[in-house]
Design a protein around this ligand. Sequence first.
Ligand SMILES: Cc1cc2nc3c(=O)[nH]c(=O)nc-3n(C[C@H](O)[C@H](O)[C@H](O)COP(=O)(O)OP(=O)(O)OC[C@H]3O[C@@H](n4cnc5c(N)ncnc54)[C@H](O)[C@@H]3O)c2cc1C
Length: 416
Amino acid sequence: MRYEVIVIGAGMVGTSIAWHLQKHNSQVLLLDRKSPGSETSYGNAGLIQREAIHVHPFPRHFTELVRVLPNQNTDIRYRWPAVLRHHRALLQYWQFSAPSSVQKIEEEWETLIEHCTSEHQEMITAAGAENLIRRVGWIEMHRTEDKFKVAIAAAINMREQGIEHKVLSIDELKVLEPNGNFDGFIGAIHWSNSWQVSNPGALVKAYAKSFQEMQGSIAECNVKQILPDGDGWQVITDDATFYSDHLVVAAGPWSNQLIKPLGYDLPLFPMRGYHQHFDITPQNTINHSLVDMDKGFVMGPMQQGIRITTGAEMTLMNAAKDFGQLNAVLHFAKTILPLNNKVESEAWCGSRPCMPDMKPVIGAANKHDNLWFAFGHGHQGFTLGPITGRIVEELIHNKPLTVNVDPFNAQRFLIA
Ligand SMILES: Cc1cc2nc3c(=O)[nH]c(=O)nc-3n(C[C@H](O)[C@H](O)[C@H](O)COP(=O)(O)OP(=O)(O)OC[C@H]3O[C@@H](n4cnc5c(N)ncnc54)[C@H](O)[C@@H]3O)c2cc1C
């Protein structure tokens, strides 16, 4: 069967692309080996982060490097096989993390972030998914005076960009979260115009259902190969071959596997995170996602339970789970809230698709016509799926662009 567009990957990014294209009259097939929103877009912390105008640079300061190197921190850990495999990408990551580069990157990054809540809203309304959204912001909690002062100064500067916050004393935090024990913390910042999603996977599924209601097609199958086919594309899966005029690769951290055989070798690397749910009880109910900035983890109220999500582990995609970082985090989480009964016997893990310059790849492939890339959204792909969907629709339909996509093109990495 021939479609106008095939999108590979039904995470937040691919589903949003398929939705926008179908809404604007393309016949779209969305392909994934699992049901929509079952991988990284399922297990994240569920924050739609209007405040996320700062990227996550590689530690460059000597004291920060000394802190990270022993590999015992709760916020970031690394495994040597992944460091060796991705050493070139890491070197680029280090280079792009120079303060002068970061400033330019953040200016470009912000052109995406500024659309995040309005773009989600359009899809939330169409999908009837209001029940999953809580517009209560999230709370950044601090343990150290120096970092707290820096964070407050940065927050004040962010007001100009329309990002709202309130600095909270521990007493004020306790009013918002009466169940929390905040011994060891000195204060917090409440980011009030970011949103919290109570089941990230369910939001992707709601968007996918809305796509189907517009006559979009979904097929659950593993894509083995993509091949040019005249002016269009052939997508070979385990059981069938599909044809399309345009092909969009939005397969998150797996995207390179699909495009490498066509001669594209982008420095995409995974940053793993874990989560574990705990039963919600009257004693541990929380009203906001709480982020421990010094220990690097999130406690979020989800439909499944209180979800504890970890920071970053640089490890290979297929490496066995290593629960060291999660266990270290749980030690601190349990001092804040009583977390007694685990919901699932084994913690979830998934990988953020990261690029060395901390920006996603969005745009045309440079060696083939009608091939489009949309991956590498790193720590904020759940936030940025809908604006990415809009941009890819505008590109394919040759419309004026809401966002200048030049900073996000694939060519910036001198494809081999
Ligand atoms: C612990 C953690 C917390 C996070 N918290 C947040 C947060 O609060 N806010 C935020 O904005 N972001 C957050 N992120 C990042 C965010 O989750 C990701 O950036 C985002 O989910 C990436 O979406 P995606 O659609 O690109 O990838 P995915 O959701 O991984 O989707 C890719 C899809 O491609 C499919 N696929 C791959 N290869 C094939 C193939 N060969 N055939 C068929 N299908 C294929 C996969 O099955 C998958 O469904 C977090 C990430 C982690 C790990």
